[in-house]
Design a protein around this ligand. Structure first.
Ligand SMILES: Cc1cc2nc3c(=O)[nH]c(=O)nc-3n(C[C@H](O)[C@H](O)[C@H](O)COP(=O)(O)OP(=O)(O)OC[C@H]3O[C@@H](n4cnc5c(N)ncnc54)[C@H](O)[C@@H]3O)c2cc1C
Length: 417
């Protein structure tokens, strides 16, 4: 790599080890069945480098990376996605998708699939102890094409984005080149021409070059670390157990939140209905409560039953389908749920979010989840596409133009985990 402006990072420090040894499929969840995608290495020149320079390379094939790829494809811009894993996300992650994100999904061609599977909802209720103290309805009327929110598990969202990528590739072969099981392990910004990247997969290591690198590699972003960028933003800390259960309940789709309920005193519980009769429960651990003890499967089961009893659904049979597992686990079934450290879901975050949007994905900002990431991928995709198509800075907002002269790496989106 010549004239690097950013040092090549240490491969061993990559945040998500590739699941190279995994042969079994992750267990199905409801009607969702996983597929593992093949690792492919392109033809290499001597010295282990791929010939040519890709217009855009995207690190990370999560919802944000795939949304960015489809946004670029809308402008006819080819890209390569480097994805360390070889399947869509495993386990319970983002669950709620807003109208604004659905509008973006419409432009990307996946709105019908999201709407066909997702559960629309318009409001929610909050309880203090056992009394309902607040009820909200989001603005919605018959003139609105889209609901204010839908609930859809993230693995479905990623699967639908992927299906659209396959459709685009059928129409235009090679438009979005996804390299599964391929981890970005190093990068160097070349003075004028772009970025040189080092990657590894099950076949070995190689290098490739891009005019642009977009960092969509999640909250533990390798690119961010390699560039020495801290994740900034307003945050608060809380330890949550996340559990998905299968429960055949007739309760409508709405957001329910309990504050200081008798069955979790001093803490909160959230409950959301998702497709396939899967219900997501997030419950907060109390200050001083032992994480280790709380995470024992028996303790989790006991909590869920206590919660269902308290809300009048304890007579319904239920079973655990997901315990909020981290990615890359060898045996998902035996692992306990994990507590989350939550960043930025409080009111103060809105200001950070606006700032983040204004900065169009260049800088260091905490963001609350997939919503913000997808929202941010869109302008970055449009900007990059305009830049590439026009071959000049004219299509980019001013603050992007100033930085583009020196920087070829876009930290397109980050999430909070
Ligand atoms: C347990 C849990 C619950 C959550 N619940 C919610 C929720 O309720 N609502 C909400 O909005 N959000 C939630 N989130 C957050 C949400 O999942 C993220 O905001 C969302 O996944 C961000 O999308 P992304 O594409 O930016 O990153 P990710 O989904 O993390 O995707 C990044 C991708 O990059 C890949 N990658 C990472 N490093 C490399 C590398 N070096 N080389 C190549 N590929 C790499 C990863 O394999 C991954 O596929 C939750 C997250 C977790 C873990």
């Amino acid at each position: 790599m010549t004239n690097p402006t950013v040092a090549v990072a240490d491969a061993a420090s990559g945040p998500v080890p590739p699941t190279l040894s995994a042969t079994e499929l992750p267990p199905s969840v409801g009607a969702f069945h996983y597929t593992r995608y093949k690792v492919c290495t392109p033809p290499l020149e001597q010295g282990g480098i791929e010939s040519g320079r890709h217009p855009v390379v995207i690190a990370g094939g999560g919802p944000v990376g795939m949304a960015l790829a489809l946004g670029l494809a809308n402008h006819g811009v080819r890209c390569v996605i480097l994805e360390a894993d070889d399947t869509v996300c495993v386990g319970s992650r983002a669950a709620c998708i807003s109208r604004r994100s659905l509008e973006i999904m419409e432009r990307l061609g996946v709105r019908p699939a999201f709407m066909a599977k997702g559960l629309p909802w318009t409001g929610g209720r909050s309880f203090y102890k056992t009394a309902e103290v607040f009820r909200f309805e989001m603005p919605h009327d018959a003139q609105q094409k889209l609901p204010p929110m839908i609930n859809l598990e993230q693995y479905y969202a990623e699967h639908y984005l992927l299906e659209e990528i396959f459709r685009r590739n059928e129409a235009t072969p090679g438009l979005i080149d996804i390299r599964w099981g391929t981890e970005l392990t190093g990068l160097a910004q070349d003075d004028d021409e772009g970025v040189t990247m080092a990657v590894r997969n099950a076949d070995g290591s190689y290098r490739l070059q891009g005019q642009w690198l977009a960092a969509c590699d999640g909250g533990q972003s390798f690119v961010r670390k390699a560039l020495g960028l801290a994740l900034e933003g307003t945050g608060y800390e809380g330890r949550y157990v996340i559990i998905d259960i299968e429960l055949h309940s007739d309760h409508p789709t709405e957001r329910r939140a309990w504050f200081d309920p008798p069955w979790n005193p001093g803490s909160t519980v959230l409950m959301h209905r998702q497709p396939d009769d899967i219900w997501r429960i997030d419950y907060q651990l109390r200050v001083g409560q032992s994480t280790e003890e709380a995470l024992q499967p028996a303790a989790v089961a006991e909590f869920v039953q206590r919660h269902l009893d308290a809300i009048g659904e304890g007579h319904l049979p239920w079973k655990t389908v997901d315990l909020g597992l981290p990615r890359g686990c060898d045996d998902a079934r035996e692992l306990p749920p994990r507590p989350r450290r939550v960043r930025g879901q409080c009111g103060a975050c809105d200001a950070d979010l606006r700032r983040a949007r204004a900065q169009l994905g260049f800088r260091r900002c905490g963001q609350p989840g997939v919503e913000a990431g997808v929202g941010r991928a869109r302008p970055v995709g449009c900007g990059a596409a305009r830049f590439l198509l026009a071959g000049a800075h004219c299509g980019l907002p001013r603050q992007c133009r100033e930085r583009d002269a020196q920087h070829r790496v876009h930290v397109a989106a980050v999430a909070r985990f």
